[in-house]
Design a protein. Structure first.
Length: 251
């Protein structure tokens, strides 16, 4: 892992990175220890901490309340700056509504499938029915094509997601890096999924540090085993932001 430096700006994926995956997205809970960790990280990094997630901004606020953090939700299609300004991508949502209606019928026929309608994106999870992967992929490719060029299909861990084209986790990080308190700092991005690869590419080009959580091919330069290792490593930074992770630090 890279040696710690005091000028880092942190961009953190949530599910599978900061928190463990659950079978249903709504089953995820954030403990008081995670909130304390994020609050400490925010203070140590002079506010330069943002969550970069496929979840909506509303859902992230629900999970992490009472913390109010800079956020990029729905893969960068909505974003809240550190000053509280909310930016949302405008889209032809009637097309997405038509796709959602068809997916409701599919999930009614297969109870193990979970549909998340986040407003700007549609995610179909097959974690509880991995044997349906090919069926889910075919259906989501068909619906994404029917939605037109404004939308694209994004594969992920045990899910396929129809999302707006042109916005992603990488573009969200680029936008944050042009704003205070992130501008001028070295970006550090942690993620676990295919959806994080564009973010890794952006941070690599910016000369920052990219950290893949778990197994799988990646363009990230470093790797941590799981969410527990992530929280331990971030806790080390809070304790001593200017030291090597292997060194000791006392205050």
């Amino acid at each position: 892992m890279p040696p710690f430096a005091a000028d880092w700006a942190f961009f953190l994926d949530v599910d599978g990175t900061l928190l463990e995956h659950e079978e249903h997205p709504q089953a995820v809970r954030v403990g008081a220890d995670v909130r304390r960790l994020l609050d400490g990280l925010r203070r140590t990094a002079a506010g330069a901490v943002a969550l970069i997630s496929g979840r909506s901004v509303e859902d992230l606020d629900r999970l992490f309340a009472p913390l109010v953090l800079p956020l990029a939700g729905q893969h960068g299609n909505e974003r809240r700056s550190a000053n509280g300004a909310l930016h949302r991508h405008t889209l032809p949502l009637d097309r997405l509504a038509g796709a959602a209606a068809q997916l409701v019928r599919l999930t009614s026929a297969h109870a193990a499938l979970v549909l998340e309608n986040k407003g700007l994106t549609l995610a179909l999870h097959y974690r509880r029915a991995p044997e349906l992967r090919a069926r889910v992929g075919r259906e989501m490719r068909r619906l994404a094509a029917a939605c037109g060029d404004e939308f694209e299909l994004q594969p992920g861990k045990f899910l396929y997601e129809i999302k707006p084209s042109g916005k992603n986790k990488g573009s969200a990080i680029e936008e944050f890096l042009r704003e205070a308190p992130f501008a001028g700092r070295t970006p550090v991005f942690l993620g676990d999924d295919l959806t994080d690869e564009r973010g890794f590419a952006v941070v690599n080009r910016a000369g920052g540090h990219t950290i893949k959580v778990g197994t799988g091919r990646t363009c990230a330069r470093w790797r941590l085993r799981d969410a527990i290792a992530v929280r331990r490593w971030l806790g080390g930074y809070v304790t001593c932001p200017s030291a090597s992770p292997a060194s000791s630090c006392r205050r």
